[in-house]
Structures are given as structure tokens and as C-alpha cells.
Design a binder for this molecule. Structure first.
Ligand code: A1D88
Ligand code: NDP
Length: 445
């Protein structure tokens, strides 16, 4: 591994040097274990502790197949899907690996008693499998997390619709929270040159998801002037949704839960901000009943901030706790676009406010190949910026996932894999200087 790191850190290494490197037999990885899938039985979700279920251990390097690449991972990031994996909710990910393992001789590799997790990476290509021409050893890359087979025509217009669509490092093995990762080569994209490894690794999953959900015509198709209500506006998804709204000439109404988070949204350029904690919204009176008066109070607050207008789009992901309010406050003909249900997936809303006002609910999930590429391009051009707040070592991934699970973090939380320290890997200092304040906006707040 030292030789690999030396080659990456030397400015003189050529593709031939990388191709000549020997691949180690094993690598350090963050895993969950199949025989521990029941370890939190009877424990409340909130109290399930990722520090107990996430392991760091040596695992064998998987065999490289056609159309695939082995990547030396310099840095990765924590996504909420890794939190779900670590608490074995809503289902254990080993069911995904078993199902994938049944697809082909090659996919059998994924069905193991351990799961190497992680759905983001920035690093360097080490080896490519047969049939890969666009990428070579030594290429500096990031990887998006869409894994598809594309053998069915269902996914040929929109790759997210492939019946064998999976999220790499969640529904497949050999993910990015590790020193080496196995990806399909069409997951690879150029690493933004003005960013360090950990900065480059942090936007991928959430940036692509927010792009499809809010900007793409497959999602809400946001346009100039739209009022966009963004839940968790300084969180993983929300910090990109807020940037897309501002960059696209829309008007974000940012919902957050503290002064500190409100201040971050202001620094991004938003002015309409609701602190849900300070204003004490309680959309559920008890476990079974919502309080429409609270929806109305929330809607009035939005109208105060917009000069009397209702929202064109709600960027939804908290789910059960907020969904009734989200449907209520959307304007006539508006759109609620949802990609998750962090607080519970059995949503309740008053359907009269949907059909009588001709609103639409759209389901959105990650991003297709092209959307992920377009989202990464915006990062590479310095139009959208990473929202990295804190960086952990691979050994401390459990703590990093704990922070995200308990909502103690801001923006994105990074993880160093092979990178010996933060700040390495920047190749375009000029572009970096132009955007340095925006790049550092979330750091250490
Ligand atoms: C990028 C990052 C993203 C995120 O962070 S997202 C958040 C994290 N992700 C999650 O929380 C989602 C986790 N996944 C799940 O909870 C489950 O994964 C799903 C609920 C999504 C699906 O559950 P399942 O049991 O796998 O799916 P079924 O569709 O119920 O399939 C089971 C069997 O039911 C059959 N079936 C499906 N649709 C129908 C139908 N319409 N009529 C009759 N049968 C149906 C199937 O074929 C299959 O059958 P057979 O077991 O024999 O293969
Ligand atoms: N389908 C897909 O493709 C994707 C789905 N997801 C899912 O989206 C969800 C959010 O992910 P991500 O943004 O990365 O997570 P983060 O935890 O980084 O951010 C979510 C933010 O939402 C707010 N929030 C959390 N719970 C509630 C609640 N009950 N009511 C109101 N606001 C709440 C919090 O902000 P605050 O406290 O400031 O209000 C929090 O910071 C997860 O469930 C994740 O699995 C994520 C990416 C892709």
C-alpha cells in the first residue's frame, strides 16, 4: 500500500508506473458483519450505535471483472445510507448482497459474510478490467454510486430505471470507505482539480441526488423564481439543494434547527430561513394524529418570508414527521419531491389538499449516469461547492456515522482513507483561490 501511496503523491508517476504497481492481497476496510445483523434487536433506532457495528479490518482484494476498475481510495465520506447500514434499518444490507449474488457468476463475489460499505470516493485508478478503454491506471477520479447492468431496455432511457439498479457500497459490496474499492468503470468521473481528496469525495452522492430531485426534469424541474422549501437546508442533501436553488435563480426557504445552521444558510446566500426548533413546530399532536393548525402556522411563516406566496416545490426527505405539512404548504399546482423518509416511511397527509389543489408528489432516487456527470461537472467548474465540515480517519468512521445519525454534524462529514492528511490532491490552485471562501464555508462550524 505504501508503494501505491508513494506513486500517487509523486508528481512524476506515469500511467505505466501505476500499471506496474502490484496490487496487495488485502486492504483495510470499514465493514458490517452478517452475524451481527440482529445485534440491536429491541433497541430504539436512536440508540443504535454505529460505533458498535462498524468494524475496521483487513479484507481480500476482490477479483477484477470486465468493465470494472480497482481504485486506490484517498478519501470517502459518510452518507446516511451508511448510517442505515450500520443500524441494520430498515432492512439488513446482507439481503441485498444475497440477491445480487444470485444474478451471475461475477456478482457472486458480492455475497460475503462482511459488507464493505461506503458510496463515495476520490482516488486513483489502479487497474481496469477487460473492455475498459476510457480510464487508465493513474487517472484521478471520483465515483458516483449508481450500479446498473443495463441488460433490460427498461433502463435505456433513464439508467435509474434499470431493474438491476443498485447503490454501490449499500446494495453492492466493496464500497468506498476503504483503502481500495471496486467499481464499474462507468461510475468513474474526473476528480475536480481544484479540490483536495476529502473535498472531492464529499459531494458525490448527495449532490447528484439533489440535482435530479430539484433540477432535472426527472425530478421537480426547478425554474427561475420558484419558491423552494428545503428541509434540512444545511445538511447533506439540503446544502446542495440550497446551492442549486440560489444558482438557478430560485428562492430557497431554508428550514434548519439551530442558529448556527441558520447562519450557514445565510452565508450560502439564502435570506428566507426558518429555525424549526426555535419556532417550535409540532406537526404531530401524538403518535397517531397531526395538528393542521401547526401546518397553517408554518404556512403563514412561509408567506411572511415570501411576501405572501406559497412554495412551488418542497424538497422532502424527513418523511413522516414533515410530509403532512409539506403537502399542505405547497402552492396550487406545485410539487412535493421526495427521496427519503428519515423520520418514518409511512407518511400521512390530507389528500384533499393534494387533489383539490392539483399538486403532485414525485419520487426521486439518486441520479442517472448523465445526471451524476452533470452534477459533478458543476463541482468541477466551481459553480457548486463541497460542504465538508469535519474529517475523520478511517478508524473513526464509527464516530463519524454516529455524528450523522444523531444530527450532530453540518453539511458533509469526510473520511480519509489512504490520504495521510487533509489538504492533498489539489491540482488547480488558481480555480481554488477564486472559490476558497465557499469551499471552506462549512469547515469547523
Ligand atoms: C443513494 C442513497 C440512497 C439512500 O440513502 S435511500 C435510503 C436508504 N434506503 C432504504 O431505506 C431502502 C431500503 N430498502 C428496502 O427497504 C427494501 O429493499 C424495499 C422496501 C425498497 C423493497 O423491498 P423488497 O422486499 O426487496 O421488495 P418487494 O418489491 O416487496 O420484492 C419482494 C418480492 O415481491 C415481488 N413483487 C414486487 N412487486 C410486486 C407486485 N406489484 N405484485 C406482486 N409481487 C411483487 C418481487 O418480485 C419479489 O419477489 P421475489 O422475492 O420472488 O423475488
Ligand atoms: N434516495 C436517495 O437517493 C437518497 C436518499 N437520502 C436519504 O435522505 C435522508 C437525508 O440525507 P442527508 O441529507 O444526507 O442527511 P443529513 O442528516 O446530513 O441531513 C438531513 C437534515 O434533515 C433535517 N432533519 C432530520 N430529521 C428531521 C425531522 N424529523 N424533521 C425535520 N428536519 C429533519 C436535519 O436538519 P435540521 O436539524 O437542521 O433541520 C438534518 O440535518 C436520509 O434518510 C438518507 O438516507 C440521501 C441521499 C440520497
Amino acid at each position: 500500500m505504501k508503494e501505491i501511496l508513494d506513486a500517487i503523491q509523486s508528481q512524476d508517476s506515469t500511467a505505466a508506473d501505476f500499471a506496474a504497481l502490484s496490487i496487495p492481497e488485502s486492504y483495510r476496510a470499514v465493514t458490517v458483519h452478517k452475524d451481527e445483523a440482529e445485534m440491536f434487536s429491541g433497541v430504539a433506532s436512536r440508540d443504535k450505535d454505529p460505533r458498535k457495528s462498524l468494524h475496521i479490518e483487513d479484507v481480500p482484494v476482490p477479483e477484477l471483472g470486465p468493465g470494472e476498475a480497482l481504485v486506490a481510495v484517498m478519501a470517502s465520506s459518510v452518507n446516511y445510507n451508511s448510517v442505515w447500514t450500520s443500524i441494520f434499518e430498515p432492512v439488513s444490507t446482507f439481503g441485498f448482497l444475497e440477491r445480487y449474488g444470485k444474478l451471475s457468476d461475477l456478482s457472486k463475489r458480492h455475497d460475503l459474510p462482511y459488507h464493505v460499505i461506503g458510496s463515495d470516493l476520490a482516488g486513483v485508478v489502479l487497474r481496469t478490467g477487460p473492455g475498459v478503454n476510457a480510464w487508465n491506471p493513474g487517472d484521478e477520479v471520483v465515483a458516483h454510486c449508481l450500479s446498473v447492468e443495463l441488460e433490460s431496455s427498461d433502463g435505456h432511457n433513464d439508467t435509474m430505471l434499470d431493474p438491476e439498479q443498485r447503490i454501490w457500497g449499500f446494495e453492492t459490496n466493496f464500497g468506498g470507505l476503504a483503502e481500495i474499492a471496486l467499481v464499474k468503470s462507468n461510475q468513474l468521473m474526473p476528480k475536480p482539480k481544484h479540490l483536495s481528496w476529502e473535498e472531492a469525495a464529499s459531494p458525490g452522492l448527495v449532490n447528484s441526488t439533489a440535482y435530479r430531485q430539484l433540477v432535472s426534469r426527472n425530478g421537480a424541474g426547478m425554474k427561475q423564481g420558484d419558491n423552494v422549501l428545503i428541509w434540512g437546508a444545511s445538511g447533506g442533501l439540503g446544502s446542495y439543494a440550497t446551492q442549486f436553488a440560489l444558482a438557478g435563480g430560485a428562492n430557497p426557504i431554508c428550514v434548519v434547527s439551530s442558529d448556527q445552521k441558520a447562519e450557514i444558510c445565510r452565508k450560502m446566500g439564502a435570506s428566507a430561513i426558518i429555525d424549526r426548533n426555535a419556532e417550535g413546530y409540532k406537526f404531530w399532536k401524538d403518535e397517531h394524529n397531526q395538528d393542521p393548525r401547526e401546518w397553517k402556522r408554518f404556512g403563514k411563516r412561509i408567506r411572511e418570508l415570501t411576501g405572501g406566496e406559497d412554495v412551488d416545490i418542497v424538497f422532502e426527505h424527513p418523511g413522516r414527521e414533515t410530509f403532512g405539512a409539506s403537502v399542505y404548504v405547497t402552492r396550487k399546482g406545485g410539487t412535493i419531491v421526495t427521496c427519503a423518509s428519515t423520520s418514518g416511511y409511512n407518511h400521512e397527509y390530507d389528500n384533499r389538499y393534494l387533489w383539490m389543489s392539483l399538486k403532485r408528489i414525485i419520487g426521486s432516487h439518486f441520479a442517472n449516469y448523465r445526471e451524476a456527470w452533470e452534477a459533478n461537472r458543476l463541482i468541477a467548474k466551481g459553480k457548486i461547492h463541497p460542504t465538508l465540515s469535519k474529517v475523520y480517519s478511517l478508524e473513526d468512521t464509527g464516530q463519524a456515522a454516529y455524528d450523522v445519525h444523531r444530527n450532530l454534524h453540518q453539511g458533509k462529514v469526510g473520511v480519509l482513507a489512504l490520504a495521510p492528511r487533509e489538504g492533498l490532491g489539489v491540482r488547480d490552485t488558481e480555480l481554488r483561490e477564486q472559490h476558497i471562501d465557499a469551499i471552506n464555508r462549512f469547515r469547523n462550524v
